[in-house]
Ligand binder design. Structure first.
Ligand code: ADP
Length: 332
Protein backbone atom coordinates (compact mmCIF):
# COMPACT_ATOMS: atom_id res chain seq x y z
CA UNK A 1 0.00 0.00 0.00
CA UNK A 2 2.85 2.37 0.91
CA UNK A 3 4.36 1.62 -2.47
CA UNK A 4 1.15 2.59 -4.25
CA UNK A 5 1.11 5.89 -2.35
CA UNK A 6 4.62 6.65 -3.55
CA UNK A 7 3.62 5.78 -7.12
CA UNK A 8 0.72 8.23 -6.97
CA UNK A 9 2.92 10.94 -5.50
CA UNK A 10 5.54 10.37 -8.14
CA UNK A 11 3.17 10.48 -11.06
CA UNK A 12 1.91 13.93 -9.99
CA UNK A 13 5.12 15.56 -8.80
CA UNK A 14 7.24 15.83 -12.01
CA UNK A 15 4.46 17.70 -13.86
CA UNK A 16 3.91 20.25 -11.09
CA UNK A 17 7.68 20.56 -10.60
CA UNK A 18 8.09 21.22 -14.30
CA UNK A 19 5.64 24.13 -14.10
CA UNK A 20 7.55 25.68 -11.18
CA UNK A 21 10.94 25.23 -12.92
CA UNK A 22 9.54 26.77 -16.11
CA UNK A 23 7.98 29.68 -14.17
CA UNK A 24 11.22 30.29 -12.25
CA UNK A 25 13.24 30.20 -15.47
CA UNK A 26 10.93 32.72 -17.20
CA UNK A 27 11.16 35.11 -14.22
CA UNK A 28 14.97 34.83 -14.07
CA UNK A 29 15.21 35.44 -17.82
CA UNK A 30 12.95 38.44 -17.48
CA UNK A 31 14.92 39.95 -14.58
CA UNK A 32 18.11 39.39 -16.55
CA UNK A 33 16.77 41.18 -19.65
CA UNK A 34 15.44 44.06 -17.51
CA UNK A 35 18.87 44.41 -15.92
CA UNK A 36 20.53 44.37 -19.37
CA UNK A 37 18.17 47.08 -20.63
CA UNK A 38 18.78 49.33 -17.62
CA UNK A 39 22.51 48.71 -17.95
CA UNK A 40 22.44 49.53 -21.67
CA UNK A 41 20.57 52.77 -21.02
CA UNK A 42 23.08 53.71 -18.33
CA UNK A 43 25.94 52.99 -20.71
CA UNK A 44 24.39 55.19 -23.42
CA UNK A 45 23.82 57.90 -20.83
CA UNK A 46 27.47 57.83 -19.73
CA UNK A 47 28.68 57.91 -23.32
CA UNK A 48 26.46 60.89 -24.14
CA UNK A 49 27.57 62.62 -20.95
CA UNK A 50 31.22 62.07 -21.79
CA UNK A 51 30.65 63.52 -25.28
CA UNK A 52 28.82 66.46 -23.78
CA UNK A 53 31.53 67.26 -21.27
CA UNK A 54 34.25 66.99 -23.90
CA UNK A 55 32.48 69.40 -26.29
CA UNK A 56 33.04 73.11 -26.09
CA UNK A 57 29.48 74.17 -25.53
CA UNK A 58 28.83 76.98 -23.05
CA UNK A 59 28.44 75.69 -19.52
CA UNK A 60 24.79 76.77 -18.95
CA UNK A 61 23.73 74.97 -22.13
CA UNK A 62 25.73 71.87 -21.21
CA UNK A 63 24.10 71.92 -17.77
CA UNK A 64 20.67 71.99 -19.44
CA UNK A 65 21.62 69.12 -21.78
CA UNK A 66 22.91 67.12 -18.82
CA UNK A 67 19.60 67.66 -17.00
CA UNK A 68 17.74 66.52 -20.11
CA UNK A 69 19.92 63.41 -20.30
CA UNK A 70 19.33 62.67 -16.60
CA UNK A 71 15.60 63.00 -17.08
CA UNK A 72 15.59 60.75 -20.17
CA UNK A 73 17.57 58.10 -18.31
CA UNK A 74 15.26 58.17 -15.34
CA UNK A 75 12.17 57.96 -17.65
CA UNK A 76 13.66 54.97 -19.45
CA UNK A 77 14.48 53.19 -16.17
CA UNK A 78 10.96 53.80 -14.86
CA UNK A 79 9.53 52.58 -18.16
CA UNK A 80 11.46 49.32 -17.92
CA UNK A 81 10.46 48.89 -14.26
CA UNK A 82 6.80 49.85 -14.84
CA UNK A 83 6.26 47.70 -17.92
CA UNK A 84 8.26 44.94 -16.26
CA UNK A 85 5.98 44.97 -13.22
CA UNK A 86 2.87 44.79 -15.41
CA UNK A 87 4.43 41.92 -17.32
CA UNK A 88 5.32 40.14 -14.07
CA UNK A 89 1.76 40.53 -12.74
CA UNK A 90 0.31 39.21 -16.02
CA UNK A 91 2.81 36.37 -15.98
CA UNK A 92 1.88 35.47 -12.40
CA UNK A 93 -1.83 35.49 -13.29
CA UNK A 94 -1.24 33.32 -16.37
CA UNK A 95 0.97 31.02 -14.36
CA UNK A 96 -1.72 30.64 -11.70
CA UNK A 97 -4.37 29.88 -14.33
CA UNK A 98 -2.17 27.24 -16.00
CA UNK A 99 -1.32 25.66 -12.65
CA UNK A 100 -5.00 25.54 -11.69
CA UNK A 101 -6.08 23.95 -14.92
CA UNK A 102 -3.25 21.38 -14.75
CA UNK A 103 -4.16 20.53 -11.14
CA UNK A 104 -7.79 20.18 -12.20
CA UNK A 105 -6.83 17.90 -15.09
CA UNK A 106 -4.65 15.79 -12.80
CA UNK A 107 -7.46 15.47 -10.25
CA UNK A 108 -9.95 14.53 -12.95
CA UNK A 109 -7.55 11.97 -14.41
CA UNK A 110 -7.04 10.47 -10.96
CA UNK A 111 -10.80 10.41 -10.31
CA UNK A 112 -11.41 8.76 -13.69
CA UNK A 113 -8.75 6.21 -12.92
CA UNK A 114 -10.34 5.55 -9.53
CA UNK A 115 -13.73 5.29 -11.23
CA UNK A 116 -12.44 2.67 -13.67
CA UNK A 117 -10.91 0.68 -10.82
CA UNK A 118 -14.05 0.86 -8.71
CA UNK A 119 -16.51 0.17 -11.53
CA UNK A 120 -14.55 -2.91 -12.55
CA UNK A 121 -14.70 -4.10 -8.98
CA UNK A 122 -18.35 -3.16 -8.53
CA UNK A 123 -19.29 -5.14 -11.64
CA UNK A 124 -17.02 -8.08 -11.01
CA UNK A 125 -17.71 -8.88 -7.38
CA UNK A 126 -21.53 -9.30 -7.53
CA UNK A 127 -21.16 -11.28 -10.77
CA UNK A 128 -18.63 -13.60 -9.14
CA UNK A 129 -20.90 -13.98 -6.10
CA UNK A 130 -23.98 -14.76 -8.23
CA UNK A 131 -22.00 -17.32 -10.23
CA UNK A 132 -20.86 -19.02 -7.04
CA UNK A 133 -24.38 -19.05 -5.59
CA UNK A 134 -25.82 -20.57 -8.79
CA UNK A 135 -23.05 -23.16 -8.95
CA UNK A 136 -23.72 -24.15 -5.35
CA UNK A 137 -27.45 -24.40 -6.07
CA UNK A 138 -26.79 -26.57 -9.12
CA UNK A 139 -24.20 -28.92 -7.65
CA UNK A 140 -25.20 -29.54 -4.06
CA UNK A 141 -28.32 -30.93 -2.52
CA UNK A 142 -29.37 -28.30 -0.06
CA UNK A 143 -31.99 -27.91 2.59
CA UNK A 144 -34.84 -25.55 1.77
CA UNK A 145 -33.54 -22.95 4.20
CA UNK A 146 -30.05 -22.92 2.68
CA UNK A 147 -31.51 -22.84 -0.81
CA UNK A 148 -33.69 -19.83 0.08
CA UNK A 149 -30.72 -18.07 1.61
CA UNK A 150 -28.70 -18.50 -1.56
CA UNK A 151 -31.62 -17.32 -3.69
CA UNK A 152 -32.06 -14.19 -1.61
CA UNK A 153 -28.32 -13.42 -1.65
CA UNK A 154 -28.22 -13.86 -5.42
CA UNK A 155 -31.22 -11.56 -5.71
CA UNK A 156 -29.52 -8.92 -3.54
CA UNK A 157 -26.40 -9.06 -5.70
CA UNK A 158 -28.52 -8.78 -8.83
CA UNK A 159 -30.25 -5.74 -7.30
CA UNK A 160 -26.87 -4.17 -6.59
CA UNK A 161 -25.80 -4.72 -10.21
CA UNK A 162 -29.09 -3.41 -11.54
CA UNK A 163 -28.86 -0.23 -9.45
CA UNK A 164 -25.31 0.40 -10.61
CA UNK A 165 -26.20 -0.04 -14.27
CA UNK A 166 -29.32 2.12 -13.84
CA UNK A 167 -27.25 4.90 -12.25
CA UNK A 168 -24.69 4.73 -15.05
CA UNK A 169 -27.37 4.84 -17.73
CA UNK A 170 -29.16 7.73 -16.02
CA UNK A 171 -25.95 9.77 -15.70
CA UNK A 172 -25.17 9.10 -19.33
CA UNK A 173 -28.64 10.12 -20.50
CA UNK A 174 -28.75 13.17 -18.22
CA UNK A 175 -25.36 14.40 -19.45
CA UNK A 176 -26.32 14.00 -23.09
CA UNK A 177 -29.65 15.74 -22.48
CA UNK A 178 -31.62 12.58 -23.38
CA UNK A 179 -33.11 11.89 -19.98
CA UNK A 180 -36.80 11.09 -20.43
CA UNK A 181 -38.29 13.10 -17.55
CA UNK A 182 -42.07 12.84 -17.48
CA UNK A 183 -43.36 15.26 -14.88
CA UNK A 184 -46.73 14.78 -13.31
CA UNK A 185 -48.33 15.43 -9.95
CA UNK A 186 -46.79 12.84 -7.62
CA UNK A 187 -47.81 12.09 -4.04
CA UNK A 188 -44.24 12.07 -2.77
CA UNK A 189 -45.29 10.89 0.71
CA UNK A 190 -46.78 7.73 -0.80
CA UNK A 191 -43.86 7.27 -3.18
CA UNK A 192 -41.29 7.46 -0.36
CA UNK A 193 -43.37 5.24 1.93
CA UNK A 194 -43.85 2.55 -0.77
CA UNK A 195 -40.17 2.65 -1.67
CA UNK A 196 -39.14 2.15 1.96
CA UNK A 197 -41.69 -0.67 2.42
CA UNK A 198 -40.54 -2.56 -0.66
CA UNK A 199 -36.84 -1.93 -1.09
CA UNK A 200 -35.80 -1.33 2.55
CA UNK A 201 -38.14 -3.73 4.36
CA UNK A 202 -35.27 -5.47 6.13
CA UNK A 203 -33.97 -2.17 7.56
CA UNK A 204 -37.50 -1.11 8.53
CA UNK A 205 -38.13 -4.39 10.33
CA UNK A 206 -34.81 -4.21 12.18
CA UNK A 207 -35.59 -0.56 13.09
CA UNK A 208 -32.47 0.66 11.32
CA UNK A 209 -34.72 2.85 9.22
CA UNK A 210 -37.22 5.22 10.84
CA UNK A 211 -39.86 7.02 8.83
CA UNK A 212 -41.42 10.37 9.57
CA UNK A 213 -43.66 11.11 6.65
CA UNK A 214 -46.38 13.75 6.55
CA UNK A 215 -49.20 12.38 4.43
CA UNK A 216 -50.36 13.83 1.12
CA UNK A 217 -47.32 15.96 0.23
CA UNK A 218 -47.23 16.41 -3.54
CA UNK A 219 -44.64 17.57 -6.05
CA UNK A 220 -44.52 17.95 -9.78
CA UNK A 221 -42.01 15.29 -10.74
CA UNK A 222 -40.89 12.12 -12.47
CA UNK A 223 -41.58 8.95 -10.48
CA UNK A 224 -38.42 7.09 -11.53
CA UNK A 225 -36.21 10.10 -10.90
CA UNK A 226 -37.73 10.77 -7.47
CA UNK A 227 -37.26 7.12 -6.49
CA UNK A 228 -33.66 7.25 -7.67
CA UNK A 229 -32.99 10.40 -5.57
CA UNK A 230 -34.34 8.82 -2.38
CA UNK A 231 -32.80 5.39 -2.89
CA UNK A 232 -29.34 6.80 -3.67
CA UNK A 233 -29.43 8.84 -0.44
CA UNK A 234 -30.71 5.88 1.58
CA UNK A 235 -28.13 3.47 0.10
CA UNK A 236 -25.36 5.90 1.01
CA UNK A 237 -26.67 6.32 4.55
CA UNK A 238 -26.73 2.54 5.12
CA UNK A 239 -23.36 2.10 3.44
CA UNK A 240 -21.39 4.84 5.19
CA UNK A 241 -23.19 4.85 8.53
CA UNK A 242 -23.52 1.11 8.97
CA UNK A 243 -25.40 0.06 12.11
CA UNK A 244 -26.51 3.56 12.94
CA UNK A 245 -30.15 4.55 12.67
CA UNK A 246 -31.24 6.27 9.48
CA UNK A 247 -34.11 8.72 9.51
CA UNK A 248 -36.13 9.42 6.41
CA UNK A 249 -38.64 12.23 6.54
CA UNK A 250 -40.98 14.08 4.22
CA UNK A 251 -42.40 17.41 5.35
CA UNK A 252 -44.07 20.35 3.73
CA UNK A 253 -42.81 23.80 4.73
CA UNK A 254 -42.65 26.64 2.21
CA UNK A 255 -41.33 23.91 -0.07
CA UNK A 256 -41.33 20.14 0.11
CA UNK A 257 -38.39 18.76 2.08
CA UNK A 258 -37.15 15.19 1.91
CA UNK A 259 -34.38 14.51 4.42
CA UNK A 260 -32.18 11.48 4.98
CA UNK A 261 -30.04 11.67 8.10
CA UNK A 262 -27.71 9.17 9.70
CA UNK A 263 -25.43 8.80 12.70
CA UNK A 264 -22.35 7.86 10.68
CA UNK A 265 -18.87 9.37 10.49
CA UNK A 266 -20.06 12.61 8.88
CA UNK A 267 -18.41 14.55 6.06
CA UNK A 268 -15.79 17.27 6.54
CA UNK A 269 -16.63 20.78 5.35
CA UNK A 270 -14.07 20.67 2.53
CA UNK A 271 -15.48 17.36 1.27
CA UNK A 272 -19.04 18.66 1.53
CA UNK A 273 -18.22 21.04 -1.30
CA UNK A 274 -16.97 18.24 -3.53
CA UNK A 275 -19.13 15.16 -2.94
CA UNK A 276 -21.60 16.18 -5.65
CA UNK A 277 -18.86 16.19 -8.29
CA UNK A 278 -18.71 13.35 -10.80
CA UNK A 279 -16.51 10.42 -9.63
CA UNK A 280 -15.64 12.18 -6.35
CA UNK A 281 -15.14 9.81 -3.43
CA UNK A 282 -13.60 10.53 -0.04
CA UNK A 283 -10.06 9.26 0.50
CA UNK A 284 -8.05 7.27 -2.00
CA UNK A 285 -8.90 4.06 -3.83
CA UNK A 286 -6.15 2.32 -1.84
CA UNK A 287 -7.42 3.22 1.60
CA UNK A 288 -11.19 3.06 1.09
CA UNK A 289 -13.07 0.20 2.60
CA UNK A 290 -16.52 0.98 1.22
CA UNK A 291 -17.51 0.14 -2.32
CA UNK A 292 -18.84 2.72 -4.72
CA UNK A 293 -18.21 4.62 -7.92
CA UNK A 294 -18.68 8.28 -7.00
CA UNK A 295 -21.63 8.92 -9.31
CA UNK A 296 -24.55 8.51 -6.89
CA UNK A 297 -24.63 12.03 -5.47
CA UNK A 298 -23.70 13.53 -8.83
CA UNK A 299 -26.78 11.88 -10.30
CA UNK A 300 -28.92 13.00 -7.35
CA UNK A 301 -27.77 16.59 -7.90
CA UNK A 302 -28.66 16.43 -11.63
CA UNK A 303 -32.09 14.89 -10.93
CA UNK A 304 -32.89 17.43 -8.20
CA UNK A 305 -31.97 20.28 -10.55
CA UNK A 306 -34.25 18.82 -13.23
CA UNK A 307 -37.04 19.27 -10.69
CA UNK A 308 -36.04 22.92 -10.03
CA UNK A 309 -35.03 21.84 -6.56
CA UNK A 310 -31.95 22.01 -4.37
CA UNK A 311 -29.90 19.56 -2.37
CA UNK A 312 -27.86 20.45 0.69
CA UNK A 313 -25.77 18.56 3.18
CA UNK A 314 -25.27 19.36 6.85
CA UNK A 315 -23.89 17.80 10.02
CA UNK A 316 -25.90 15.82 12.53
CA UNK A 317 -24.80 16.29 16.14
CA UNK A 318 -22.88 14.65 17.76
CA UNK A 319 -22.03 12.80 14.56
CA UNK A 320 -23.65 12.02 11.25
CA UNK A 321 -24.81 13.50 7.99
CA UNK A 322 -28.11 14.95 6.85
CA UNK A 323 -29.03 15.37 3.17
CA UNK A 324 -31.99 17.65 2.47
CA UNK A 325 -33.72 17.72 -0.89
CA UNK A 326 -35.96 20.76 -1.35
CA UNK A 327 -38.54 20.64 -4.13
CA UNK A 328 -41.21 23.14 -5.15
CA UNK A 329 -44.61 22.05 -3.90
CA UNK A 330 -47.78 21.72 -5.92
CA UNK A 331 -51.25 22.26 -4.57
CA UNK A 332 -53.51 19.33 -3.69
P1 ADP B 1 -20.25 6.40 -3.89
O1 ADP B 1 -21.13 6.13 -2.73
O2 ADP B 1 -20.46 5.48 -5.04
O3 ADP B 1 -18.82 6.53 -3.51
P2 ADP B 1 -21.58 8.97 -4.06
O4 ADP B 1 -21.55 9.99 -5.15
O5 ADP B 1 -22.91 8.42 -3.71
O6 ADP B 1 -20.58 7.84 -4.51
O7 ADP B 1 -20.94 9.63 -2.76
C1 ADP B 1 -19.75 10.37 -2.87
C2 ADP B 1 -18.97 10.31 -1.55
O8 ADP B 1 -19.67 11.02 -0.53
C3 ADP B 1 -18.83 8.88 -1.04
O9 ADP B 1 -17.69 8.25 -1.56
C4 ADP B 1 -18.73 9.09 0.47
O10 ADP B 1 -17.40 9.25 0.83
C5 ADP B 1 -19.48 10.40 0.73
N1 ADP B 1 -20.81 10.15 1.33
C6 ADP B 1 -21.98 10.08 0.69
N2 ADP B 1 -23.00 9.88 1.57
C7 ADP B 1 -22.44 9.81 2.79
C8 ADP B 1 -22.96 9.62 4.12
N3 ADP B 1 -24.27 9.45 4.35
N4 ADP B 1 -22.07 9.61 5.16
C9 ADP B 1 -20.75 9.79 4.93
N5 ADP B 1 -20.20 9.98 3.72
C10 ADP B 1 -21.03 9.99 2.65
Amino acid sequence: MAFQYIERFRSKTPKSLLIYVLGGYIILQFVWWAYMLVDLNAEIYHLKLAMLLSSETPSVESQLLKLELDEKLSIKIWMVLGEGSVFLVLLALGFRAVRRSITKELNLAEQQNNFLLSITHELKSPLAAIKLQLQTLAIRKLKDEQRNQLYSRALKDTDRLEKLVENLLMVNKAESGKMPIVKQKVDVSKLVYDLAEHAYKEQLDSKLLELSIVEGVCVNGDVMALQSIVSNLLDNAFKYASNSKVQLSVVQKTNVEITVSDGGPGISNSDKQRIFERFYRLGSENTRTTKGTGIGLYLVKILVRMHEGQISVSDVLPNGTCFTVTLPQVGN
